[in-house]
Design a protein around this ligand. Sequence first.
Ligand code: ZN
Length: 110
Amino acid sequence: MSEQGYNYINIGKFRDIRFLYYKNEIIGIEELHPENGDTNKVCGSTIFFGEDGWDLLCLNPLVVWPSIVCKNCNSHGFIIEGKWLDVSSLNPKINSLIKDYIDGKHPNQQ
Ligand SMILES: [Zn+2]
């Protein structure tokens, strides 16, 4: 685990993430959020990238696919362009944006 793995990044909506590394490669994300919206309680999920896990569609801006569901408090949303988007706030525009990333068409994709 490299030292850079301990830097949390705010992605909005009281949510922070940090990258998880193995041999200097990003292998996943730890994501922290208020439990059931209570900012006094910290809750979190960990996801891993790879064949049986999530896809890191873009690192900068960060886009992860598919959505992330918390096993503890059921918070559910996407990380798109470095920001957390609750599923409840989604609109059709997001679907086409995500599709562009999956297809590798997004102009900002690295
Ligand atoms: Zn939770």
